[in-house]
Design a protein around this ligand. Structure first.
Ligand code: FAD
Length: 411
């Protein structure tokens, strides 16, 4: 098995994108753990290795050690990696993906493969292979805003924590804007990611650029330039308005934008927000999602009205068929580009659920080869058995069993 990656680390938004928080292992708003498997193993290893913390169903971590952990895990599993390599084009033969064309320092070449899993977030492989694609909001195709994360140091976190009453600190930004000190690109903090293992540093989710088509290089370029400008502008505002951040300084800005939404590859099933909220059960379940339907405002600062905060205990099953794009064989997808609606993506796009679908897609690729069938025709029983053998939680019974013996801590 080979992972092709354009950057120099594994992990996508969590590492290259500088976003040091993974959600969500628990049912929404309560302490029941609903995810196991490789995502939970990663969470436990982060805690065991001492570079992060499980809190309230999320993992807060340091980014550099996570890159190192992922490389060790890949080696343990016998997975090869090819960094600094860009996917260019799918090789399709007789209606089936037979490999990919990639470009790197060595030039352009074809990597032949019996199965390809599209984990590009943007559905690059599926789109090139001719799978049906949807993008953005129905009607105008506009996608969720993009965010360039940044990490600041020199922060007195105890002071910030004591002082901030409202996590989002909306009244602070409103005051800064009234005083003419802040441009109105954002009206709330989307995240201050802190872990006790790097006590004076905070990862900041605050920049907010709308109207970006993440499948266009020109858009990625202007949005990066704009977001970097917003990051430095935000730092000035933080220094002036947030007690505990007076002497904050810029530690790092990642090399890539954080993208919340772009192409979705339409599959055998399209998971909807109605399915999620009705907690529909699927015979081909591969695990659970539970994050709220988190949609950032596509047209201005803050959150969108289509955001849904469900009742505590919310979780929904994820069917295998959203990982199998229509119209082309031997292709699977995982992560953000799976077959869901624009609104449903707001929930399933978070990292734990992306990892969960990655585990399922990898298992399905291997099993479909062993069984000599296309991933589309893979019987679900061996897939579910393999996932359960890897400690994945696929049913309420699995969840009940895991929680009766779980040491998972929730703050
Ligand atoms: C600002 C922001 C805040 C977020 N907040 C949270 C949060 O608090 N908690 C949470 O759990 N989730 C959060 N999310 C959502 C989550 O981070 C992403 O949706 C998730 O990481 C997507 O995972 P993925 O593997 O599908 O894609 P990605 O993480 O984007 O990974 C895709 C990988 O494919 C590589 N790639 C892409 N195209 C190519 C190509 N053509 N050739 C070679 N390599 C390629 C990329 O370099 C990358 O490594 C946030 C997202 C953003 C943007």
């Amino acid at each position: 098995m080979l992972i092709v990656e354009q950057f120099n680390c594994l992990g996508g938004v969590a590492t290259a994108g500088g976003h040091a928080q993974m959600t969500i292992f628990n049912a929404w708003g309560d302490s029941t753990r609903v995810v196991g498997g490789i995502p939970y193993e990663i969470a436990q290893r982060i805690e065991r290795e001492g570079f992060g913390q499980l809190r309230g169903g999320a993992v807060f971590f340091e980014i550099e050690p996570l890159k190192f952990l992922y490389e060790r895990m890949a080696r343990e599993l016998g997975v090869e990696t090819l960094y600094h390599t860009f996917f260019c084009e799918a090789l399709v033969e007789n209606g089936a993906v037979a490999g990919v064309a990639v470009q790197n320092k060595s030039g352009r070449r074809i990597l032949r493969a019996k199965r390809v899993v599209d984990c590009t977030g943007d559905g690059d492989v599926g789109a090139s292979a001719g799978a049906p694609v949807e993008i953005g909001r129905p009607g105008d195709g506009r996608c969720q805003p993009v965010t360039l994360m940044f990490t600041i140091g020199g922060v007195n976190w105890d002071c910030v924590s004591r002082w901030r009453k409202d996590y989002k600190m909306k009244e602070v930004w409103a005051r800064a804007q009234r005083n003419g000190d802040m441009e109105p690109f954002q009206d709330q903090v989307m995240g201050f990611w802190w872990t006790p293992t790097r006590p004076d540093q905070v990862g900041v989710n605050f920049t907010h650029v709308i109207g970006v088509d993440a499948t266009r290089a020109e858009d990625l370029t202007w949005a990066t330039i704009e977001a970097r400008r917003q990051a430095f502008h935000s730092l000035d505002v933080f220094r002036k308005y947030v007690p505990g951040m007076e002497r904050a300084y810029m530690v790092s800005i990642p090399h890539t934008l954080g993208l919340r939404e772009s192409r979705r590859l339409m599959g055998e099933v399209v998971l909807t927000e109605q399915d999620m909220l009705a907690r529909r059960e699927w015979p081909d379940t591969i695990g659970y999602g539970s994050f709220f339907i988190d949609i950032h405002n596509l047209d201005g600062p803050g959150m969108a009205e289509s955001t849904v905060r469900p009742e505590p205990g919310f979780r929904y099953q994820i069917p295998y068929r959203i990982l199998v794009p229509r119209g082309v064989e031997n292709l699977l997808c995982a992560g953000r580009c799976v077959s869901v609606t624009h609104v449903a993506l707001g929930s399933i796009r978070v990292m734990v659920q992306c990892m969960l679908s990655g585990q399922a897609a990898g298992a399905a690729a291997a099993l479909s080869l062993r069984e000599g069938v296309s991933p589309r025709n893979l019987p679900v029983q061996p897939l579910q058995a393999a996932l359960r053998a890897g400690q994945a939680l696929l049913s309420e019974e699995d969840i009940a069993r895991a929680n009766s013996r779980s040491a998972f801590s929730v703050a």
